[in-house]
Each structure stands twice: as structure tokens, then as C-alpha cells.
Design a protein around this ligand. Structure first.
Ligand code: UDP
Ligand code: MG
Length: 323
């Protein structure tokens, strides 16, 4: 029987964390598989930490990682995968938008299809605002047209991955991880599982617009060079337009069909326009350089303050004993 871990990143989830634990644990107890939980507390500033400590004290199968500060959702999931030693892992949010009651069906599908990945596709998004739904829809479609790797549409990080995927994932050296993209990129057999995305069980989203934009831009930069090529295309088009205008005005002067010399407006418009094109393309370039700079610094993706209920001293030699 394959062993399973459920990886749950959480940031300021005091309103839902107990309920999330209770429901997930209840499902895990019905499974024949040896199962554990890995909670990654991403530097919460509310009572999440103390609640998790309290739960971990009672449940030795609740493995707990506390970060030294808030590093973000993707680093939190990454830490969970790095610390996972089971045959299978399911990545899930803490807010119960991904219902834990689906776990048995996801496991059954994995077994039936002998899949390495079961990615969960949102058939509907309860409780997400119209703005979030439509921007997300647009984002996944744009990403697919820009990226060299094809991603499944309307799919978050909620998915099951097996040991093979986890081992390959551990070899990835990039710091800025766009996890759902990387798992698609790894390949092997990946199958969809359709589900209804529920409303948050409590609390507010931890992905405000600012973080959503940063997340989308990371996905784009790490999986596509197209913005650079588009910048080149834009520059080229502007050049052609400039050249055509120059020819037009010169001929106009010679043959007298252009009244260019009265054109304060045209000069100002052109200077602003081409200035804009230049700054924009430099901006695109700068963004890629910034990412390059971050990657060369090679700082760790996250820093752990404390680990609980992981076997001492070396977690990597761990084997699941309770079969
Ligand atoms: N999360 C995290 N660190 C962050 C932001 C979010 O660990 O900096 C966690 C959060 O607690 C939740 C999951 O990532 O379990 C997804 O966040 P959320 O549900 O707020 O995002 P949404 O579903 O609204 O996109
Ligand atoms: Mg959520």
C-alpha cells in the first residue's frame, strides 16, 4: 500500500486551520494507506503557529515546519515537497477550497491510471469574485499561448504527485519556482481530475492583487522568452514606421504634398511614442535581468525556524514504519 502525505501551506489561517485539520484528518483515517500531514507555516503573524504547535503535540503524524518569516506560497509548498518521504503527496490549500473529501477519489484515479500526477481542474469556482475568475481564466490562456510548455487550464497547485515527480522536483535548482508549471514541465503520465472549487471556509484570501500580479509575472518570465521577442518586434515595427514617416516627409517636402513644417504636434507625438516604446522594451529587458540577478545570488528559497515531529536527526533516511 502506497504511503501518502498531504502538504498544506498556511499563512495567517487561524480561522480555518482547526477545521482544515479536522476534516483532512478524518479523511486520512478512513484510508487503508499510511498517511501523514505536512503543514508549512509560512511566517504567520496570527495564532496559526500556536494552533499548529498544539495540534502537532497531540498528533505525531502531523509534521510541522515553521518558516522564519513569510516567504510566500510557492516556497512553502516547495519546503513541503523537500521534506516529504512518502510514495505519494497531495498538495492542498489550508482554506478548504480544495475539499479533502476528494482524496480517496484522487488516489483511486492515480491507481487506475498508474499516473505520476493527478492534477485537479476547477470545474467551477465557488466564492471567488468575478474579477478573480476572469483574470485567472485570461491568465491561464495567455500563459499557454506564450509558454513553450503547455499547461492544463484552470488548474492550481491542488494535485497528487508521486515519488518520481518529487525526486525530479528536488533536482530543480531555480529559486523562483512556479510549481504547477514545473510539474507539467517534468512530464511523465499526468491525468486530470475534475472538481468543484469551494468557497473559502473562513478568513480572507492571502493572494491580494499585488501578489497575483507578481505570481503571474513570475510564471511568464520563468516559462517564456516571448516578452523579449515581442519587445524586439515592437522595436522593429517602430523602426519601420519611423523610416516610412521619414521617406514620406522627405518626398512631401520635395513634391510639396506634405505640410510637415507646421507640425509641432506630430513631433511631440512621435517623440513621446518612441520614447515610450524604448522605455517599455528596456523595462522588459530589465525585468529579465532582475530575475537573472536574483537567481545568481542563489539565496535559499526559504529559511526554517523550527521543525516538529520529523524524525531526528536526519529526515532524509526516513522510511515509513507503520505499514
Ligand atoms: N499561503 C502561504 N503563503 C502566502 C500566501 C498564501 O502559505 O504568502 C497559503 C494560504 O494559507 C493558503 C494557500 O497558500 O493555504 C493559498 O492561498 P489563498 O487561499 O489565500 O489563495 P486563493 O485561493 O485566494 O488564490
Ligand atoms: Mg484559497
Amino acid at each position: 500500500m502506497k504511503s501518502l502525505a498531504v502538504i498544506i501551506p498556511c499563512f495567517n489561517e487561524e480561522e480555518v486551520i482547526r477545521e482544515s485539520y479536522r476534516r483532512t484528518k478524518a479523511v486520512l483515517e478512513t484510508l487503508p494507506n499510511p498517511a501523514e500531514l505536512i503543514y508549512v507555516n509560512d511566517g504567520s503573524t496570527d495564532r496559526t503557529r500556536s494552533i499548529l504547535d498544539e495540534l502537532a503535540a497531540k498528533d505525531p503524524k502531523l509534521h510541522l515546519i515553521h518558516f522564519s518569516r513569510n516567504f510566500g506560497h510557492q516556497p512553502a509548498v516547495t519546503a513541503g515537497i523537500h521534506h516529504c518521504h512518502t510514495d505519494l503527496a497531495i498538495i492542498m490549500d489550508a482554506d478548504l477550497q480544495d475539499p479533502p473529501e476528494l482524496i480517496p477519489d484522487i488516489l483511486a484515479l492515480q491507481e487506475k491510471e498508474a499516473a505520476n500526477v493527478v492534477y485537479c481542474v476547477r470545474r467551477s469556482r465557488e466564492g471567488d469574485s468575478f474579477f478573480k475568475r476572469s483574470t485567472a481564466k485570461m491568465f491561464y490562456r495567455t500563459m499557454n499561448s506564450m509558454s513553450e510548455v503547455k499547461f492544463p487550464l484552470d488548474t492550481g497547485d491542488f494535485r497528487l504527485i508521486d515519488r518520481r515527480i518529487m525526486d525530479e522536483f528536488k533536482r530543480l535548482k531555480e529559486r523562483g519556482k512556479y510549481i504547477r508549471g514545473l510539474i507539467s514541465w517534468i512530464g511523465f503520465k499526468q491525468v486530470p481530475f475534475y472538481y468543484r472549487h469551494e468557497a473559502r471556509a473562513g478568513g480572507k484570501t492571502k493572494y491580494p492583487l499585488r501578489k497575483m500580479i507578481a505570481f503571474a509575472s513570475r510564471a511568464l518570465v520563468y516559462f517564456s522568452n516571448k516578452p523579449l521577442r515581442l519587445a524586439m518586434g515592437l522595436g522593429f515595427t517602430a523602426m519601420i514606421v519611423g523610416l516610412a514617416l521619414a521617406i514620406w516627409f522627405t518626398l512631401g517636402k520635395i513634391y510639396g504634398f506634405s505640410r510637415a513644417d507646421s507640425g509641432w504636434t506630430s513631433i511631440v507625438t512621435m517623440i513621446t511614442f518612441f520614447g515610450g516604446v524604448q522605455l517599455f522594451t528596456i523595462g522588459v529587458l530589465g525585468h529579465y535581468i532582475g530575475v537573472l540577478f536574483d537567481e545568481t545570488k542563489a539565496r535559499p528559497e526559504y529559511i526554517i525556524d523550527e521543525e516538529r515531529n520529523f524524525p531526528e536527526p536526519d529526515a532524509s533516511s526516513k522510511k515509513d514504519e507503520d505499514k
